[in-house]
Design a protein around this ligand. Sequence first.
Ligand code: 9D3
Length: 265
Amino acid sequence: MKVVVLTIFPELMQAFWENGIMRRAIESGAVAAQAVNIRDFAQGRHKVTDDRPYGGGCGMVMKPEPLAAALRDVKQQTPGALTLLMSPQGRCFDQAMAREMAAHEALVIVCGRYEGVDERFSEQFVDGEVSIGDFVLTGGEVAAMVVMDAVVRLLPGVLGNEDSAEQDSFGHQRLDHAHYTRPPEFEGRPVPEVLLSGHHERISEWRRADALLRTFARRPDLLHGATLSKEEIALLGAWHRELESIIRSQGGSGPDSPPGGGQER
Ligand code: 9D3
């Protein structure tokens, strides 16, 4: 896959591309990454890429001409690329979008700065606007790295594909189980005994139960939409009965109960 990033801060991409999985993906030829400096396509001695907003207000807006010139140049060398604009107004990025993007031969990712880009540029040149969530960044570059990170790890060969089960883990909508490594006791805290037992079936069962419990505790929203396995239904049922028994054992005499227990009528 070819990925071209349009930015006024091309240096920001280098550390990301020169390290870790990204570096390996590029070295292996699975990914070709290129940063294009929008400023190189700006006019005049000062190479201005931004201007004051029509209608007034604070902040600056990215001028459409340098963006359009840069993108036309890139599209000529990368025909058929999917062109995305990183923008707080975009569709919120998720694993399904990462999978969709990973199916394209080439991506062009435009990074805005300042208050945003001239609307006519996005209307005319961009296939889709993408946000990475409801928080405020100073520009699209870090968001573009998030998207690239999620997309590149899905490409064939990049993770060696021993991780391909993990690739469904968000289609499968469970959080991961807890992980432990040596030492067997750390600052008085032991590793759950079953993980040291060497009993692979019991270990798998423990992990499936732990994943379900953590998902229920931290992200119950994921379970509302999910198809539960028979094993998960049994586990939730057992926890449900146990919680009911704990509540019943209070007999309406907890600290929040009304005087007399509130059971009288
Ligand atoms: C007046 C409101 N503006 C500043 C608070 C809006 C605004 C403009 C430009 C807010 C952020 C930005 C820069 N952000 C991005 O370019 C961006 C972004 C983000 O801020 N959050 C989540 N995803 C993304 S993708 C691009």
